[in-house]
Design a protein around this ligand. Structure first.
Ligand SMILES: [Fe+2]
Length: 281
């Protein structure tokens, strides 16, 4: 059994959709794919991409990312309505959006819903101050493209989405757990190590000096859930910075396709022609 991971497909870029279509229709028929969010803001393209992936993999798991919840027309009243519509359609297609124990002694796969917490939204924010940053996040498109309803019993969207996750563990079941989310669970993951940065060959120039990604990165409660679950491996996306690091006993992996211009600039490491193999038994 093999499990592969990919995220941030952004198939509204034709070259990214071609990347999906170029995946082998033979090589993965016994395999599982985790798609850690941000397929497209365009709903029809989300379905097309998932259909293409469903043809190629035995099982596909998906959690929506922020781009998948953008509202560009009046089809959905708000982003939560769109989220629920995405989940319903995934169910019809046989794409998993909830926990599942893979057969034949395989691991549990647990999708974790989440959102990001800004610096004033709670102690779980991943915010790290940056000199000269724009506190209004005016260039962050979610400000215009995501709209929430009033969350009755929850103080913010992160709180609401985290409440949807089933993180109960079974004492009798010692199967390994692999979890995945769109957003980041830890602030350390945002930053290059010196070695990683040196390997990119990039100049040490900040391409977006006013933008502080840590305002919209994720939340620490997500890591609490990862630890409660006892995950040995957590796959995430969102930042378009590919990582593979072990922190306090958990392996965190990000394998984002990202935008074509980011690949050209070397800002997101080219993932090559395949999703990443993260588990093999
Ligand atoms: Fe994202």
């Amino acid at each position: 059994m093999r499990i592969f991971a990919i995220s941030d497909l952004h198939v509204d870029y034709p070259e990214n959709f071609e990347w999906v279509e170029s995946l082998s229709r033979i090589d993965y028929i016994d395999d599982v794919l985790l798609v850690a969010g941000d397929i497209s803001h365009e709903e029809s393209l989300v379905w097309c991409a998932l259909e293409e992936l469903n043809l190629r993999f035995r099982e596909v798991f998906f959690v929506p990312g922020n781009h998948d919840l953008w509202l560009r027309d009046n089809t959905h009243k708000n982003s939560l309505v769109k989220f629920n519509a995405l989940l319903a359609r995934c169910k019809e297609m046989g794409v998993h959006t909830g926990p599942k124990h893979l057969e034949n002694g395989g691991p549990w796969i647990v999708p974790l819903y989440s959102w990001y917490l800004g610096p004033h939204e709670g102690s779980g924010s991943l915010y790290v101050a940056k000199r000269g940053e724009d506190a209004k996040l005016s260039m962050w498109a979610d400000k215009r493209a995501v709209r929430w309803p009033h969350f009755e019993d929850y103080v913010n969207p992160a709180d609401f989405f985290l409440s949807l996750n089933d993180v109960r563990t079974s004492d009798e079941d010692h199967s390994p757990v692999i979890s995945f989310s769109h957003f980041l669970p830890r602030s350390e993951l945002m930053f290059w190590t010196e070695e990683e940065f040196a390997a990119t060959g990039l100049k040490p120039v900040d391409p977006q000096p006013r933008f502080n990604f840590s305002r919209v990165a994720g939340c620490r409660e997500l890591d609490d859930q990862i630890r409660t679950l006892g995950s040995s491996l957590h796959v995430y996306g969102h930042q378009h910075r590919n990582r593979d690091r072990t922190l306090d006993g958990v392996r965190y992996v990000s394998h984002c396709l990202g935008y074509p211009r980011e690949r050209e600039q070397g800002r997101v490491r080219d993932v090559g022609q395949a999703p990443l193999l993260v588990w093999e038994a």
